[in-house]
Design a protein around this ligand. Structure first.
Ligand code: GRF
Length: 200
């Protein structure tokens, strides 16, 4: 049976779109898309695909209320797990305790290097020759949870943050649907804070 997922977004939603485009080949359906930003283009992408699209704003709520509202909505849609796809907030213990199932995130750097905001600019400023993207389980830290999979790209002398971000984004659009499919198929096993992919 198909798994149900919830996707949390804050912006343009190109990773959400990559997931939507790959849905026919994946053992899952997207039950709900939730944005903390009412103007996020990701909401429009969800609606176009016929997926329920909700806005839950942080403003006017305590952090705890916000996190419980998000987790409550995910429970209401009976999701098996949650994907943060360009969701620009650090989620705390309340959310992680109440969210139905694991939470995974995509980050535009090869973690544990360059967590947090502006990862591509951080990579350029450091002078690394290779960067990439990481899909990982979310824990209470900033991009610190167990790594599920990564894809690498070269960093060129001619790069600025935008050109590097674009090269990484192409790989994000491959990696995220692949990993979400593996999680949905029950092939991602977490043992002692390390991830093993069954059948590889
Ligand atoms: C991506 O680079 C993602 O890794 C990061 O935020 C960006 C979101 O892009 N967390 P989009 O909204 O999926 O287009």
């Amino acid at each position: 049976m198909n798994k149900k997922i919830g996707v949390l977004v804050s912006g343009r939603g190109s990773n959400l779109q990559a997931l939507i485009d790959r849905l026919p080949g994946l053992p899952l359906e997207i039950s709900v898309v939730i944005s903390d930003v009412p103007t996020a283009f990701a909401l429009e992408r969800a609606r176009r695909a016929g997926i329920p699209a909700l806005v839950i704003e942080a403003g006017g709520k305590s952090r705890q209320e916000f996190e419980l509202a998000l987790a409550g909505a995910l429970c209401q849609y009976e999701v098996d797990f949650t994907v943060l796809a360009g969701f620009m907030r650090l989620m705390g213990p309340q959310f992680l305790a109440q969210a139905p199932g694991p939470v995974i995130n995509i980050h535009p750097a090869l973690l544990p290097a360059f967590p947090g905001m502006h990862a591509q600019a951080q990579a350029l400023a450091y002078g690394v020759k290779v960067s990439g993207c990481t899909v990982h389980f979310v824990d209470e830290g900033m991009d610190t949870g167990p790594i599920i999979a990564q894809r690498a790209v070269p960093v060129l002398d001619s790069d600025d943050a935008d050109s590097l971000a674009e090269r990484i984004l192409e790989q994000e659009h491959i990696l995220l649907p692949e990993v979400v499919g593996l999680v949905a198929a029950g092939r991602v096993v977490l043992e002692n804070k390390k991830v093993r992919i069954k059948g590889e």
